[in-house]
Design a protein around this ligand. Structure first.
Ligand code: F6P
Length: 321
């Protein structure tokens, strides 16, 4: 049976490009004559039926904006039996026949739960962490990396002027992609990643080698949760006598206008999600691999082993010799 009304929901940590995805979903669907409903406040709003009709105008002027016009939330109520039942009922009552969910791992597990309950559901990967195993890139990662990189460049200026070592903590949850990309791109001397063991001795040795050839400033990038940036800075000061400062970039990495890469990714993924719904698919997620859009069963996609580019980490270490 052909669909007539679909919904779009953003969930979990916001990611720059979510708005571009909302716009793409709404416009691709409206182009084919479908009605589109935005679910506000993620799964929390789904449970309470917090819906908003989307027309062409309501998604105008948002492609360049960070955050999500639909708001987002981390819902504990949706993790319960009762919460999921209420969500299914709310969708049925509003006549929403297919739901597109943009978010990270937790949100896509929510999509999986709905699909298991018979809701027609398609997922879109949106997370600055780039920690999803079925896609090479998730929406928001490129923008977050560029934000971190810009911050590192700025810190480098003052690090050079004051001849200091900076320890910069970046986000990423349990994934080192942001740290690796921003650290390599920003010429960091050391990058501490959750995917690789690190040794304080090796970091100090690297700093000593630099100092021996007259280098008086350094950048160390730490992926959150890998080590305490403050502890690393204190160890560097006590073992080398170098002056250190700590910068925790935090949520600044989640905001801002999405890069061209994220806008293109979000536009393509949003449109593909609608096309999948129209083709009768459910329980699938969109991804990108080797430059091509792909889609997989959510069940399998989330269980794939996560690939981490250790060769890129090795290259970063070589280039910061
Ligand atoms: O998943 C995105 C992310 O920004 C992680 O990098 C970070 O660990 C977490 O969300 C922070 O979550 P919150 O915004 O709830 O503090």
């Amino acid at each position: 049976m052909a669909l007539s009304r679909i919904g779009i929901l953003t969930s979990g940590g916001d990611a720059p490009g979510m708005n571009a995805a909302i716009r793409a979903v709404a416009r691709r669907a409206i182009y084919d004559g479908l009605e589109v409903v935005g679910v506000r406040h993620g799964f929390q709003g789904l449970i309470s039926g917090d819906f908003q009709p989307l027309d062409l105008g309501s998604v105008g002027d948002i492609i360049h904006r960070g955050g999500t016009i639909l708001f987002t939330a981390r819902s504990s109520a949706f993790l319960t039996e009762e919460g999921q039942r209420l969500a299914v009922d709310a969708l049925a009552q509003a006549g929403i026949e297919g739901l597109i969910i943009a978010g990270g791992d937790g949100s896509l597990r929510g999509a999986q739960a709905l699909a298991r309950r018979g809701v027609v559901t398609i997922g879109i990967p949106a997370s600055i962490d780039n920690d999803l195993p079925f896609t090479q890139w998730s929406i928001g990662f490129d923008t977050a990396v560029n934000t971190a990189l810009d911050a590192i460049d700025r810190i480098r200026d003052t690090a050079t002027s004051h001849e200091r070592t900076f320890v910069i903590e970046v986000m990423g949850h349990s994934c080192g992609w942001i740290a690796l990309a921003a650290g390599l791109g920003g010429g960091a001397e050391s990058i501490l990643l959750p995917e690789e063991p690190f040794s304080l001795d090796a970091i100090i040795e690297r700093l000593d080698r630099g100092r021996a050839r007259g280098k008086r400033h350094s950048i160390i990038v730490v992926s959150e949760g890998t080590a305490s940036a403050t502890d690393v800075a204190q160890a560097v000061t006590s073992r080398t006598g170098m002056e250190t400062r700590v910068t925790i970039l935090g949520h600044v990495q989640r905001g801002g206008s999405p890069t061209a890469v994220d806008r293109l990714l979000a536009s393509q993924m949003g449109a593909r999600a609608v096309e999948l719904l129209e083709a009768g698919a459910t329980g699938r997620v969109v991804g990108v691999r080797e430059g091509h859009l792909v889609d997989d069963e959510i069940e399998e996609a989330l269980e794939k082993p996560r690939q981490f580019p250790h060769q890129l980490a090795a290259l970063a270490a070589i280039l910061s010799i």
